[in-house]
Ligand binder design. Structure first.
Ligand SMILES: Nc1ncnc2c1ncn2[C@@H]1O[C@H](COP(=O)(O)OP(=O)(O)OP(=O)(O)O)[C@@H](O)[C@H]1O
Length: 408
């Protein structure tokens, strides 16, 4: 019985594989080890060591997966046009955001779009998903796709450090010491009241995310990366994402205040500055803050531009996840963020009903899917069902497999 249970998988030897999408809407990966008598297909992925040094090639057997005919994402529309588009995938922790984001990026790249996939989740799993080391805060080329695909795991600590340095130079302790020595301590105290230092020492939840996205803007705005026509964001779990939406306004205001004071200070001390020859350094710092503020404003606008940006909610068919998705959609709507697709991931396929546990679990899942259909927040969204497969989605071949199931 156990061997017939959907959740089982087994290791087989390494083989060449191919993917099919047959007339029954059934997607399967198979290799030369395909054995029709037990409906099993074998599939391989790269499993590398934790340090991503030398990939060990292993393969898993996966049952063929039936995809309900009505669950079409409308990928044709997503892929059409060479104008740059942004897709942000978000939802509750562990529902498959990274797998969906990475598989979408692979699919875009394989359809001819130079693509960047970015993780702004402080607990990154993009490296694990691609089975490739993407840490380091730089764009890393992903191997095994047809068009350029670059991945980036933002290092929030580093982004925060950059911000802290800019803040300190313009309004933090360095500036205060300088102002004190110039007899302008009162103005320096005014800067202190802005509590920028405090903000950076104990940042509110979501600040990392905001800084990360602002960092991404540096990449996407630069001429060097202008050829990338699809940018996919793997965002942090729901709570962070929601707080993030209100953060750019808050930071915009804080940085704006600092810059205003900075201007006052600049004119008050212009004579002294020229004597000390410090003008250039401080002007640089001020420029950096101004740039940061502009980027924050762009992040805010980017989230709300329905022509270029879409937020895709990812969920699983459980009452708790559906309730959270409903709240997420309500909040996104309130913030003016465009949402039209909802992925229900890890749906147990009907073929698993020969396993009693899976059959019961599937019934439970169907109730959660009914809940989505009757939920006023979610019922209007395009519902994309993605089946639970009996292997971990890892490495480009696995992501391609997933992409062909989800993004149709
Ligand atoms: N459809 C699926 N079938 C089987 N396994 C899946 C499926 N989707 C995702 N998984 C697996 O579930 C695990 C969690 O997926 P993933 O990392 O994509 O979720 P996440 O929402 O990004 O998680 P986190 O919130 O922790 O970042 C991974 O091991 C992934 O391989």
């Amino acid at each position: 019985m156990a061997s017939r249970c959907f959740t089982s998988f087994s290791l087989v030897c390494f083989h060449r594989f191919s993917a099919t999408n047959n007339s029954m809407g059934t997607v399967a990966l198979f290799s030369h080890t395909f054995k029709p008598q037990n409906y099993r297909r074998s599939f391989f992925t790269s499993v590398s060591s934790p340090l991503y040094r030398k990939p060990l090639k292993t393969s898993f057997q996966v049952r063929s997966v039936a995809i309900p005919a009505e669950t079409v994402a409308g990928f044709d529309e997503m892929v059409s046009g060479s104008q740059r588009k942004y897709y942000m995938l978000g939802g509750k922790g562990g529902v498959g955001k990274t797998s969906c984001a990475a598989s979408l990026a692979v699919k875009f790249a394989n359809q001819g779009h130079p693509t960047i996939v970015v993780s702004t989740d402080p607990a990154h799993s993009l490296s694990d998903s691609f089975a490739q080391d993407l840490t380091g805060g730089e764009l890393v080329p992903v191997e095994g796709v047809d068009s350029p695909l670059f991945a980036l795991e933002i290092n929030p600590e580093k982004a925060r450090e950059d911000f802290r340095t800019a803040g300190q130079k313009s309004g933090g302790s360095g500036m205060k010491d300088f102002m004190d020595s110039m007899g302008l301590g009162m103005l320096a105290d005014q800067l202190g009241e802005l509590k920028l230092g405090e903000l950076l020492d104990s940042p509110p939840p979501g600040l990392d995310e905001a800084l990360s996205i602002s960092k991404v803007m540096q990449f996407v705005e630069s001429q060097e990366y202008s050829r990338f026509t699809r940018i996919v964001f793997d965002t942090a779990p729901t709570g962070h994402t929601l707080r993030l939406l209100s953060l750019p306004d808050f930071l915009d205001a804080s940085v704006g205040k600092i810059l205003k004071l900075k201007k006052k200070l600049t004119s008050a001390t212009s004579a002294i500055k020229s004597v000390l020859g410090k003008q250039e350094t401080r002007q640089d710092a001020s420029d950096k803050l101004e740039q940061l503020r502009e980027r924050m404003a762009k992040v805010r606008d980017l989230f709300r531009d329905s022509d270029t940006t879409e937020f895709v909610i990812v969920t699983i068919p459980t009452v708790m996840a559906v309730s959270e998705s409903s709240r997420l959609h309500a909040s996104l709507k309130k913030e003016g963020v465009f949402v039209q697709r909802l992925i229900v991931n890890q749906v147990i396929p009907p073929s698993a009903s020969d396993c009693k546990f899976c059959g019961m679990k599937r019934k439970d899942q169907m109730r959660a899917i009914d809940m989505i259909k009757n939920n006023s927040e979610l019922s209007g969204l395009r519902l994309i069902q993605a089946p639970l497969v009996d292997m971990e989605i890892r490495g480009v071949p696995a992501l391609k497999f997933m992409g062909d199931m989800v993004w149709r």
